[in-house]
Design a protein around this ligand. Structure first.
Ligand SMILES: [Zn+2]
Length: 556
């Protein structure tokens, strides 16, 4: 018997034999062998197609290898890539980071999504920013105060996580660093400062720029301001990802807005967690939004979308507060709504539709909004229940009063799951040839996180390939590998090809399963037999080997 330690310290040549190779391109699978030398794939030999083998790098000579793994006709795929995890803090601070991901076959992740990030940390606004992102990214340790993208990356490199971790720069975090959560537009000098942060991140290898136009402070930004900011780094041609302004009533105009930003700034864009929220919008608005995207694509614009395989979303309870009751400082907002007058105003504002802002509580109802994260031990019992039920159980006549008091008591640090989507809409998006798979994982130390944290990628295969037969397996894998690697320029990953890094999964597709549900969300996925990163065995026998640390990656 060879131990895992031996395998990784002595690695020279590794042979994966008799696999059913899904190479990530979306092409039909073929039986074959893969030879790995050090961290790269050096040869791929189809077992029944010698005539076609030159282009695949077959030397025609006999192969020798130090280690041979028999795939027994199971699927051999590229390591999955999740470009949308809110893992910025976890990747640096959690020594076990990578296990939840590897169980799903995810070997590469990107953080810094939706405009949110724990940096740039500036004295004065920094703590408020960390409080604001806590339900999404988790609690930052006391020592975590990165002044810039390069500082963060240096620590990520030192943490050296078990999987590949890249990072984007969030324009929401940048705006907060430059001017706090205020409503006013950038002044000339503030705009220059913000541009400086972006440029610095581009130079240091950021995989993209993310915006969170739905969140404070960017919900106060105009299209023109966002365009000017992005235009300043257009020359880098990095992906610009959007958490758009509204995903409900204003979905179509919000999509039009980001299309125009991409067009005017001349950068490739991606719409994050593309969806249609709100019961009245189901099976309608999404088609109008798709029409807009396809018109843009037909005219030559570079646009993609991504989605996760659930009908429930997850966000902060603060995001349900209408902008009309939000102040520059979160503390002021909470102080205002704690007065009699403020409470009255809130009730009025949350019971009406707003121009340019989607009122999710009104659109889906309090019974579809489930508490998933609180900080106070006395509130822990709320987790897992919806706001309507909680209000009744706790003697409130109007759920808005419960909502308001919880926000005040928790100082805004509440996470929620919103059952806001329609399955048919999600399926429609899954079928789009330009949609990628993501998880949108939140790392708020939730007792009850959204199950997408533990299960998104296997769930795509179980639900969309086998159960509802919406995608072929090769198409699903393409959406989890090559498509993402190409969009974000993740160097030599995402396909099984000669010269690429040997990031490889081996599994029986019928058995790779998500176990996490809304009721029991913290369950690792099962069924991944082996995973390799850079040619090293990182997952074996249903567990992480911890024998190799893949570490930070940068845009090249
Ligand atoms: Zn988002």
């Amino acid at each position: 018997m060879t131990s895992v330690k031996d395998i990784n310290s002595w690695i020279m040549k590794t042979l994966i034999k008799n696999g059913l190779i899904y190479d990530g391109t979306g092409d039909k699978p073929y039986e074959g062998d893969i030879l790995i030398k050090d961290d790269r794939i050096v040869e791929i030999r189809p077992s029944d197609d010698v005539g076609n083998s030159n282009q695949l790098g077959y030397s025609g000579e006999g192969w020798s290898a130090d280690f041979v793994f028999y795939a027994d006709h199971k699927a051999v795929t590229p390591g999955f890539i999740d470009s949308h995890r809110h893992c910025d803090i976890a990747a640096v601070a959690d020594p076990n980071f990578g296990e939840i991901e590897l169980a799903q076959g995810i070997t590469t992740v990107l953080g810094g999504n939706c405009g949110l990030a724990p940096f740039p940390y500036i004295e004065g606004t920094g703590q408020q920013m960390l409080d604001f992102i806590e339900p999404v990214l988790g609690k930052a340790p006391e020592w975590m105060k990165y002044a810039s993208y390069p500082e963060y990356m240096a620590d990520l490199e030192a943490a050296n996580p078990y999987i590949n971790v890249g990072q984007m720069i969030g324009t929401g975090a940048v705006k907060t660093a430059v001017k706090g959560f205020g409503k006013s537009p950038y002044t000339r000098s503030e705009m220059d400062k913000a541009k400086g942060y972006l440029r610095e991140a581009m130079e240091a290898g950021a995989f993209g720029i993310s915006t969170g136009i739905m969140y404070i402070p960017e919900c106060h930004s105009t299209t023109a301001e966002l365009t000017e900011l992005i235009k300043s780094v257009a020359e880098y041609k990095r992906m610009l990802t959007f958490h758009i302004r509204g995903e409900g009533d204003s979905l179509v105009s919000s999509v039009e807005e980001v299309l125009s930003i991409g067009r005017d700034a001349e950068v490739p864009i991606n719409i994050s967690h593309f969806k249609s929220v709100g019961i009245e919008n189901w099976q309608q608005t999404i088609y109008q939004a798709i029409d807009k995207i396809e018109e843009a694509r037909a005219s030559g614009q570079d646009v993609s979308v991504d989605f996760y395989p659930y009908t429930g979303g997850s966000t902060t309870l603060m995001s349900l507060l209408p902008p009309s009751v939000q102040e520059t400082d979160i503390k002021d907002t909470l102080r205002n709504i704690s007065t009699l007058e403020g409470a009255k105003l809130l009730k009025k504002e949350i019971n009406r539709k707003h121009d340019g802002w989607d009122n999710t509580a009104l659109n889906i109802g309090w019974d579809r909004i489930i508490i998933s994260y609180v900080t106070k031990p006395t509130n822990k019992d709320f987790v897992g229940d919806n706001i309507q039920d909680l209000a009744h159980k706790n003697g409130y006549e109007d759920p808005i009063d419960f909502f308001r008091e919880l926000l005040i008591e928790e100082q805004g640090k509440v996470g929620v799951i919103q059952m806001s989507m329609d399955q048919h809409d999600v399926d429609t998006i899954a079928k789009l040839p330009y949609s990628m798979v993501i998880s949108d994982s939140l790392y708020g130390n939730a007792d009850s996180p959204h199950p997408r944290l533990f299960g998104s990628f296997p769930r795509i295969i179980q639900e969309f390939v086998y159960k509802r037969k919406i995608l072929s397996l090769e198409t699903a894998i393409n959406k989890m590998t090559q498509m993402t690697a190409e969009r974000f320029h993740i160097d030599r990953r995402g396909t099984l090809a000669v010269g690429n890094y040997a990031d490889i999964n081996i599994f029986d597709p019928q058995r790779l399963k998500d176990m996490a549900s809304y009721k029991k969300p913290k369950k690792l996925s099962v069924g991944l037999e082996m995973a390799f990163i850079d040619g090293r065995l990182v997952w074996n026998d249903n567990k992480i080997t911890k024998a190799y640390r893949a570490g930070a990656i940068r845009h090249k």
